[in-house]
Design a protein around this ligand. Structure first.
Ligand SMILES: [Fe+2]
Length: 190
């Protein structure tokens, strides 16, 4: 019940610096926590796989930071937050290879996505219980290729892990919904 891992300090600082509403901070915490669970599984199941865990955690925490500006996209659809978020982070001195997650998380099927990008996209789906076959297959292939293991075996392990993670989706959704969309002291939304 709300026992999610704390965000990396740098992420907390950046979210505060853009005036992120509580709902956005809560979303970052939930996707970050889900990503951390997936990374922990990767460490157990595929210990030799090289993954930039810090980048995945950072990306999961901040992928939606552009919604601090495009607040309508906190509650409705839209992609304006993606490029805007990347720019906001770069303007604050975040290196391009970390700021990129804002722009890449929404389109996992684009060519050239790194495993780290796919993992952020995956966490951003499974936190709310969404299972996306094509994305899971892309993650499976990448792990199998790199680790030299059969795809079916990698997928069986991933599927088990994602099933367990998806079981807590309702709890996460309720946690996020308890956090207001507008910053404290603000009269109304967009
Ligand atoms: Fe998200």
């Amino acid at each position: 019940m709300g026992d999610y891992r704390p965000l990396p300090e740098e992420a907390v600082r950046l979210l505060a610096s853009v005036g992120a509403p509580p709902r956005l901070v809560a979303h970052g915490e939930l996707v970050h926590d889900t990503a951390a669970e997936i990374l922990a599984w990767l460490r157990r199941a595929h210990p030799d796989l090289r993954v930039d865990t810090e980048a995945v955690r950072f990306g999961a925490a901040l992928h939606d930071v552009g919604k601090a500006r495009h607040t309508g996209e906190l509650t409705g659809p839209g992609h304006r937050h993606e490029v805007a978020g990347e720019r906001m982070l770069r303007d604050r001195g975040v290196p391009p290879d970390l700021a990129r997650f804002c722009a890449t998380h929404g389109d996992w099927s684009a060519p050239g996505r790194a495993l780290e990008d796919l993992l952020v996209s995956l966490a951003d789906k499974v936190w709310k219980g969404a299972r996306v076959a094509g994305l899971e297959l892309a993650v499976t292939r990448r792990i199998a290729e790199t680790a030299g293991e059969p795809e079916w075996e990698v997928y069986m392990g991933l599927d088990d892990e994602l099933r367990v993670l998806a079981e807590r989706a309702d709890e996460r959704l309720a946690h996020q919904a308890r956090h207001p969309v507008v910053p404290p002291g603000t009269a109304a939304g967009e």
